[in-house]
Design a binder for this molecule. Structure first.
Ligand code: SF4
Ligand code: F3S
Length: 104
C-alpha cells in the first residue's frame, strides 16, 4: 500500500483524493491517511501531492507511518472530494517536526 507521511500534516492539499480510483483516503483534522486494505498500489496519487507526502510502503523506515495510516483510516471519515486547502498550507510545506508539533 501507499502511505501518507509527515509532509501532509498542516498542508492537506487534497489533490490526492481526486485521483484515487478506489477512494481509500480518510480525513483527519490536520492530515489525510490511506486505508492499506483498500489501496490497490496503483501509484497515481504519489505525483499528485504538492508536498510529496505520499510514498509506497516498500520504502525504508515507514513503520510508524504505516501504522498510523492503518489505525486512523479505521477511525476517520472517508473523503472522496477535494476540500479546501488550509490558507497557511504553504507555510508548513517541507517543515520538519510537524508530527510532534501538530498531530492530533
Ligand atoms: Fe489510491 Fe492508488 Fe494512491 Fe493507493 S496508490 S491511495 S489506490 S491512488
Ligand atoms: Fe496531504 Fe498531499 Fe493529499 S498534502 S492531503 S497527501 S495531496
Amino acid at each position: 500500500a501507499y502511505v501518507v507521511t509527515e509532509a501532509c500534516i498542516k498542508c492537506k492539499y487534497m489533490d490526492c483524493v481526486e485521483v484515487c480510483p478506489v477512494d481509500c483516503f480518510y480525513e483527519g483534522e490536520n492530515m489525510l491517511v490511506i486505508n492499506p486494505n483498500e489501496c490497490i498500489d496503483c501509484g497515481v496519487c504519489e505525483p499528485e501531492c504538492p508536498a510529496e507526502a505520499i510514498v509506497p510502503d516498500t520504502e525504508p523506515n515507514l513503520e510508524k507511518w504505516a501504522e498510523l495510516n492503518a489505525k486512523f483510516s479505521a477511525e476517520w471519515p472517508n473523503v472522496t472530494v477535494k476540500g479546501e486547502t488550509p490558507a497557511d498550507a504553504d507555510d508548513f510545506k517541507g517543515v520538519p517536526g510537524k508530527y510532534d508539533a501538530h498531530f492530533s
